[in-house]
Each structure stands twice: as C-alpha cells, then as structure tokens.
Design a protein around this ligand. Structure first.
Ligand SMILES: Cc1ncc(COP(=O)(O)O)c(C=O)c1O
Length: 392
C-alpha cells in the first residue's frame, strides 16, 4: 500500500459518493476525543464511560434537533444509510403488505424491497418520475391500496440531483395512515429537513456525505408514534438479564458497541455545519455547480441527463459524450486530468433505465463544500478536451 500518494493533486468532484476532504478540525477533534474517552459507552459507571456515553447522547440530541425531532432517543445510530434503510424497511413491512417506491431510488432501497418481494410476499410498486426527474406525489397516491403500509422515497437523487417533493408525498401518506420512509443520504447536512413539517415517519441518513462525518456513520430518526420492529438483537449494555432485545428506543434498533469515533466525528461536524451554515454551504456549492452545468451544456456531443433545472436540485449532474463509453470518459478524467468522477449506474439502475442511459450509465460530477472555482474550471477544460477528441 502506497500511502505517500498526494491526494491534494486530485480535483475531487465525487462528493455524492462521500464528501472529501472532511473539515480538518472535525478530524482533529474526533481523534483527540477518541484518544481520551474512546471506551465502551453506556456499559459501566466509571468516569471515562460516562463521558463517552454523554458524547453519544449529546450527538443524538444534536442530530435529532437538526432534523426537527424532539426525542433524542429516537435518533438511532447505524453504520450508514444502507444499514439504516434496511432497519426501517424490514422493520416496517410484513408478509402481505404493499409498499410503493420510485425509479429514483438507490439500491439501498431497491434491494431490501426486492428481497421482501421475493422472499416475504410483500407487493412492491415502483413509480416512475414524471418529468425533469421529479416524482408526482399524485402518481404515488394513485397506487395506494388498502394493504399499502409503506412509501419509501429518495429525497435527493445521487444520479441527477433532483430533490423530491417529500412534504407533499408525506401529506398524502398521512391522510391515509401510510408510513413514509425518506432516504436522505444525499440531502442530510445540506438541505433543511424537518421531520414533523414534512410528515416524515422515518428519516434515514448517512453521516459521511453532507453531514461531514466519517464513513461508517449514519442512522434513523423515528418519529413519535412510529414503531419499527427490531430485526437484529444483541447486547445493549442495560437489562442484561432480559432474554429478548429491548423495546425502548434507541436500544430497540441498536445492538452492540457504538461507533464512538464516528459519533464523535458527527458531533464535531454538527458544530462545523452550525458555524458555516448549511444555507451558506448550499449557496457555495450551487454557485460552482451552475458554472459547471452551464459550461458543460455548451459542449458539442455532450448530453446532460435528467434535468438542467437549478430549482429543487443538489449539485450533482450526469452526462454522456457521444461515441464514448462513460467508463472511458471517467478513466480519461482520472488518468489525464486528475479529476475524480463516478461512472456507470451509480447504484441506481432504475433511473438509468427510465432515462435511457442503462446499461452503460453516465459520468457523474458532484460538487462539495470544499470545492473551489478552480476545481470546476479544471473539470470543464478536461471534459471539453475529451469531448473534442470524441468528435474528431
Ligand atoms: C441516495 C442514496 N441512498 C443511499 C445511499 C447509501 O449510503 P451509504 O453508502 O452511506 O450506505 C447513497 C450513497 O451513495 C445514496 O446516494
């Protein structure tokens, strides 16, 4: 392994995969705290353990409030958004139930639902986006049946950046007593989320994208009155004599030792986000993104997919170059220009099928909080040159 590689030469435009680099102060503070208090939280009464437990609790509290939740104990930590979505989807559906989702989803929604469909007799309807990559809430409501228990929707697309009208979908679900799970992997940390105002029953988030925490973090906020069945069991550090896993939150959905280092990262990242302001971060990203999208839109032979609207949008775009395999464009960007992109289906095959970009997919560029105008300009020049070669 060569750890001497100089990552500073990389023009990193793969922030939809994970934001990079993370704020230096977050990394420094999390390792400092882990070095001093990195013991097993909530297991014993000695001081170190109490401090570690307090750190975990304060992070729950901060994140619950960040998402408009009033109950810190209903903020459940998980390993990432995939883990969190599995907990929610498997814990809310039973054989014979009907669930509705969309073509915009990531495999972390599609696959758990497909497994329940194949193995547990759950019926699943998949709603296509209507136009501009946006799902029409009425298209979802039209599929409601007496057996519909759950709607699972993506908040922000990791392929084309569209932000779905979650509140309107939530209102329709609430009217019918149907649970709404929202995959906020791409939006948490950059788009304001209020679970109460948006009628979200269960919010799934990841910690390592716009929340600016480390990989290996994520979780759920489970709104009051919503009961997610536990689907895994084990130690919680309390009531050890009890033969079954505990029902109360957060224990209900957490088993085993918490990721203290990662949770410390989320805690200090919350402070970073509060100081810089998520509105300011979004404004910064979208300004760079608009520059990128506008310039790419003028390149001969290049197609921008899904939408070019800047409204209801994250700084994520997908493109193809006529006559070029997206994987080759990604390799050229990497090898010849040091531009980090993501190519292929980006773990979201159904949106590509609907856009007509399957099976080869697209090249995705995604702007993050640490990007500068020079990154975007370098990427524009690189894509211009690659596309010009393809035309010749
Ligand atoms: C929309 C969406 N959902 C879910 C996930 C899964 O997130 P994680 O890799 O943190 O499990 C991603 C990650 O790319 C995503 O973009």
């Amino acid at each position: 392994m060569d750890l001497s590689f100089d990552s500073r030469k990389i023009i990193y435009l793969d922030n939809a995969a994970t934001t990079f680099p993370k704020p230096k102060e977050v990394l420094e503070r999390m390792t400092d705290v882990y070095g001093r208090f990195g013991v097993n939280p909530g297991r014993s009464g000695y001081d170190l353990c109490m401090v570690a437990g307090e750190l975990v609790y304060e992070t729950r509290k901060a994140l619950a409030a960040f998402f408009g939740g009033t109950k810190p104990e209903r903020l459940v930590f998980a390993a990432n958004a995939t883990d969190a979505l599995n907990l929610a989807i498997q814990g809310l559906l039973e054989p014979g139930d009907h669930a509705i989702t969309t073509t915009v989803e990531h495999n972390s929604v599609i696959r758990p639902l497909n497994h329940l469909k194949r193995d547990r007799r759950v019926a699943v309807d998949v709603v296509p986006f209507a136009r501009d990559g946006l799902v029409d809430p009425d298209d979802i409501a039209r599929r409601f049946r007496p057996s519909t228990k759950l709607v699972v929707v993506n908040h922000g697309s990791n392929v084309i950046g569209t932000i779905q009208p979650v509140a309107e979908i939530g209102r329709r679900c609430r009217e019918r007593g149907i649970r709404l799970v929202v995959d906020a992997a791409q939006t948490a940390g950059v788009i304001p989320i209020d679970v109460a105002a948006m009628c979200i029953d269960v919010l799934a988030f990841t910690g390592h994208k716009s929340l600016l925490g480390p990989t290996g973090t994520g979780g759920l906020y489970v709104s009051e009155g919503v009961e997610v069945r536990h689907t895994r069991f084990g130690g919680t550090g309390v009531h050890s004599a009890h033969p079954y896993h505990l029902d109360e939150y957060p224990y209900r959905l957490e088993a085993g030792t918490a990721n203290v280092l990662g949770i410390a990262g989320l805690f200090f990242a919350q402070q970073y986000l509060a100081a810089r302001g998520i509105g300011e971060i979004y404004r910064h990203e979208m300004e760079l993104f608009a520059r990128l999208q506008t310039a790419l839109g003028t390149i001969e032979g290049l197609t921008l997919h899904g939408t070019t609207s800047l409204a209801h949008r994250l700084p994520v775009l997908s493109f193809t170059v006529a006559g070029r395999d997206p994987a080759d464009v990604g390799s050229l960007l990497d090898v010849d220009y040091n531009v980090a992109s993501r190519t292929g289906l980006q773990c979201a095959p159904l949106i590509h099928e609907q856009m007509g970009t399957a099976p080869r997919g697209t090249v995705r560029l995604s702007v993050g909080p640490m990007n500068a105008e020079s990154d975007v300009d370098a990427a524009i020049t690189a894509v211009q040159e690659i596309a010009a070669e393809a035309v010749v």
